[in-house]
Design a binder for this molecule. Structure first.
Ligand SMILES: *Cc1c(COP(=O)(O)O)cnc(C)c1O
Length: 490
């Protein structure tokens, strides 16, 4: 069978464009209307629902060899995909740290897909839009003009890249050729730091043990005296401390380390000061929260996620580095096929691929640019402050209920509490209550361990979450808790 025969109705034409653009347009308008309804009517649906086995089984089909009309594929999306998404568009979603996204960001993502820009490099407008975001982040964080920035998947990647920049700064660019060669590097972060901070040490070849986990205080902020002592102890033992990572919003409870004190300590000890600002650093948009982040502007690098508090649709992680030269010295790699020119499409050096391990990359900057321009920094800051107000309302509700206990102070927008077990295993009871909440479709908090106790953890990150949504969750916790306690006694 010849290629032309295999192509069937499209003999002689290998393009994947439709024969009938009007048909595609009709399908497209229907999809757009439906997905706008999906977002607009999100409150009428459950936060999350389990995937029925027959729906899950549908995704076991073998590689489709033939064509399927777009309308049919879309029907399958409507029936089998859309109803079973994570749920973080919904105001009742309070698990982990998930942004809610916006319709504006969705439209921008669609436009970006239309341009199909490869933002690894070259001289085109996608690169310029990304540079504008770099300038805006510099301005927001009080970083100098020499600071560089780059979009990445998320803060897991940004924290790893920051560690690599700090490593290159400590050992010199020859580390890229010769490797660590046994250099006894040690890095430091609070024991409350996100797991990806520890993983970064592993991925970079330092080993997890090279990341010293420093105790935190009652407010879940890194113990500065303990950090100082550990650095001295390591130096005396022949190690080479090179990096301190502060947390701007810990994942468990939303605590912000004393960033100004960390900045001073790093200056004194000549260490790289990185901040994992995955979700908390965009608190700089709010005049109420910015003072809590004092010291952020002194960091050598900051990892952040526009897809969390910034509500940009997934994914939109970002790394900013104070010294752009160090950043480039870590990742830029000459290659004949990536030759730079002074004119034409191969101009405009440096390129984003000089600032990270990715070469081909999508146009994450566009949805971020649309979000920042459409809403403006002030409205986004107010929205962020409001999530904290919702968290304080939830805290007050929990404190007012005799059957509930608060497990950690509320620093920002994360509330950790649990149902009091009259007897028996309180951890198991609260884990069941969390699963009950998920399956009820009312709310989706997650859980975490606070001082050895399992907590129901509600992170108010979604801009849609209101007082009534957290009230509904508390009512459901009380209902499910009472039902389970009764069941235990039976
Ligand atoms: C979410 C988060 C991360 C990881 O970021 P991803 O975007 O999920 O890769 C790291 N640190 C903190 C504090 C976070 O909240």
């Amino acid at each position: 069978m010849s290629g032309a025969e295999r192509a069937g109705g499209h003999a002689g034409a290998s393009s994947l464009d439709p024969d009938d653009w009007d048909g595609l347009r009709a399908d497209a308008h229907r999809m757009l209307d439906d997905i706008i309804d999906y977002i607009a009517d999100v409150r009428e649906r459950p936060v999350w629902q389990p995937i029925p086995p027959e729906v899950r089984a549908r995704f076991g089909e073998t590689l489709p060899r033939g064509e399927t009309p777009l309308g049919e594929v879309y029907q399958e999306f409507s029936n089998s995909i859309a109803p079973y998404a994570t749920g973080n568009v919904h105001p009742g979603f309070m698990g982990w740290v998930h942004g809610g996204g916006t319709a504006v960001g969705m439209l921008a993502e669609m436009l970006a897909a239309g341009l199909n820009a490869n933002c690894g490099g070259r001289d085109h407008i996608g690169i310029e839009v990304e540079r504008q975001i770099v300038r805006w982040v510099r301005e927001l964080f009080g970083f100098p003009q020499t600071a560089s920035g780059v979009f990445v998947t998320g803060s897991s990647m940004a924290n790893l890249m920051a560690l690599l920049v700090a490593r290159t700064a400590a050992l010199g660019p020859q580390v890229r050729e010769g490797g660590l060669s046994g250099a006894p590097l040690t890095a430091y972060a609070s024991a409350a730091a996100h797991g990806c901070v520890i993983q970064a040490a592993d991925l970079a070849g330092l080993g997890r043990g090279a990341l010293r986990r420093i105790p935190f205080d009652a407010a879940h902020r890194i113990d500065i005296a303990a950090l100082r002592a550990r650095i001295a102890q390591d130096r005396a033992a022949g190690f080479a401390p090179f990096l301190v990572t502060g947390s701007a919003g810990t994942v468990d409870v939303g605590a912000i380390d004393d960033l100004a004190a960390l900045a001073a300590l790093c200056r004194e000890e000549k260490l790289w000061f990185h901040v994992d600002g995955a979700y908390g650093s965009l608190g700089m948009l709010s005049p109420q929260i910015a003072p809590m982040l004092a010291g952020l502007s002194e960091a050598d690098s900051v990892a952040l996620d526009f897809h969390k508090w910034g509500q940009v649709n997934y994914d939109a992680g970002f790394l900013i580095v104070r010294d752009g030269d160090q950043h480039r010295a870590t990742f830029a790699a000459p290659a004949a096929y990536l030759r730079r020119e002074t004119r034409g499409l191969a101009g405009g050096s440096p390129w984003p691929c000089d600032y990270g391990p990715d070469l081909s990359r999508g146009f994450r900057a566009l949805k971020t640019w649309f979000t920042l321009k459409t809403y403006g920094a002030d409205r986004l800051g107010d929205m962020i402050a409001n999530t904290c107000a919702v968290a304080r309302h939830l805290e007050a509700r929990v404190l007012g209920e005799s059957k509930l206990d608060m497990l950690a102070p509320v620093a920002l927008n994360i509330v950790c509490f649990r149902y009091r077990a009259p007897s028996g295993d309180a951890d198991a009871l609260n884990a069941e209550i969390v699963a009950d909440l998920h399956e009820s479709g009312i709310a989706a908090p997650s859980s975490t361990m606070i001082d050895g106790a399992l907590a129901i953890r509600a992170a108010i990150v979604n801009h849609r979450t209101r007082f009534e949504d957290v009230d509904r969750m508390v009512d459901a916790v009380l209902r499910f808790g009472a039902a389970r306690v009764e069941h235990f006694i039976d």
